[in-house]
Design a protein around this ligand. Structure first.
Ligand code: SF4
Length: 360
């Protein structure tokens, strides 16, 4: 059995979520409205929670945003991270408002007295700080941007070390994927702090999915990364879905049943894509506890009866379709023939039986 060996990192607590190598890689996302719009922020955060998000970040642009955090926290349950740039007073006000973690950018909040005051307040509030460096805001230019990112964080860390503050999460975002990968790998060799992974400015949603998966996939495979955020020009809940699929595909986490479909070829005589979407809609009706019972279950939808059951041999259950019917199989063995139109529903009923069996 192949398994990724995680890099050993310190545990950091963000609200009720712990991250670090002793804990699952946590999924986070970001609210895409102003914090001061409390109602809209609450709607997005609750949507994110339903989608499976575990930590949520919110941009704090002014004191109005910072003070809105208290109201948002009263109406939501996810740990909340305040994203701060340029003005350290916004970090202080967010902490005052009850935020669960602060993100500081070393490229634009660097005056030692300012950083010290934020560390002091975080210490008092027992909350962590993410040092979130990105190449766009580096204060010194270098052709080795990965090295420059690491250097800027190491410089920044000196103040934290002097103040004996170790509740730290680090992120290093380069303008390109390779740069980002090199930076994280370099940083991983010099500290044992937990890492937040992300690839920024990715483009349209499909580019975002590919670039995030490529960049974070390489790092996660190397055991690097304790929390991830997939950035997409999309609804925040889509970011969570992609993050779940990424972690599940690497065997780092499981989230309900795993649907696999063949890509179809000339042998396929049905609209497999439509069937897969209909089946996914049925899966979304499962409750969280039902999904939990199916979390290691692979389900297959295959486009032909010639190769389908064999190609999906390792699936718990599946259907292979021909022009007029479907063949329901379990672990590669044919169980029964089902109608073409009722196939997805029959497979779903089969899943319900697996749930019943797993409940016993
Ligand atoms: S299962 Fe059948 S239809 Fe699907 S890719 Fe394989 S051979 Fe083609």
């Amino acid at each position: 059995m192949f398994k990724i060996k995680r890099r050993k990192t310190r545990t950091v607590k963000i609200g009720n979520i712990k991250i670090g190598s002793g804990h699952p890689v946590a999924i986070q996302s970001m609210v895409k409205v102003r914090a001061s719009d409390v109602e809209a922020s609450v709607v997005q955060i609750n949507d994110l929670q339903r989608a499976g998000c575990e930590i949520v970040r919110i941009a704090v642009e002014d004191l109005k945003d910072a003070s809105a955090i208290a109201a948002i926290k009263r109406k939501t349950r996810l740990p909340l991270v305040a994203d701060i740039h340029f003005d350290h007073r916004l970090a202080l006000a967010s902490i005052e408002s009850g935020v669960d973690k602060i993100r500081l950018n070393p490229g634009n909040i660097y005056k030692e007295s300012h950083v010290r005051s934020v560390i002091d307040a975080a210490k008092q509030a027992h909350i962590p700080i993410r040092i979130g460096a990105n190449s766009g805001s580096l204060r010194t230019r270098s052709s080795d941007t990965a090295g420059a990112l690491v250097k800027s964080v190491q410089e920044y860390l000196k103040v934290f070390k002097r103040m004996k503050f170790h509740d730290i999460v680090i992120s290093l975002k380069g303008s390109g994927i390779l740069e980002t990968i090199y930076a994280y790998k370099k940083m991983a060799r010099v500290c044992d702090y937990s890492f937040h992974l992300g690839v920024t400015a990715t483009g349209l949603p499909l580019d975002g999915v590919v670039k995030s998966s490529a960049g974070m996939g390489v790092l996660l495979f190397a055991g690097i990364g304790d929390t991830i955020r997939v950035s997409l020009l999309e609804q925040p809940s889509e970011e969570v879905r992609v993050a779940q699929l990424l972690l599940a595909s690497l065997g780092l986490r499981t989230f309900g049943p795993q649907l696999v479909c063949c890509p179809t070829c000339g042998r396929c005589e049905v609209d497999l894509s439509a069937k897969a979407h209909r089946f996914e809609a049925l899966l979304s009706q499962l409750s969280n506890s039902e999904k939990e019972l199916l979390k290691n279950t692979k389900i297959a939808l295959m486009g032909c009866v010639v190769n389908g059951p064999g190609e999906a041999r390792d699936a718990e259950a599946g259907i292979a379709f021909s022009r007029h019917k479907g063949i329901l199989f379990e672990k590669g063995q044919i169980v029964k023939t089902v109608g073409l139109a009722s196939g997805e529903k029959e497979l779903f009923n089969q899943l319900k039986k697996v749930i019943k069996k797993n409940r016993r």
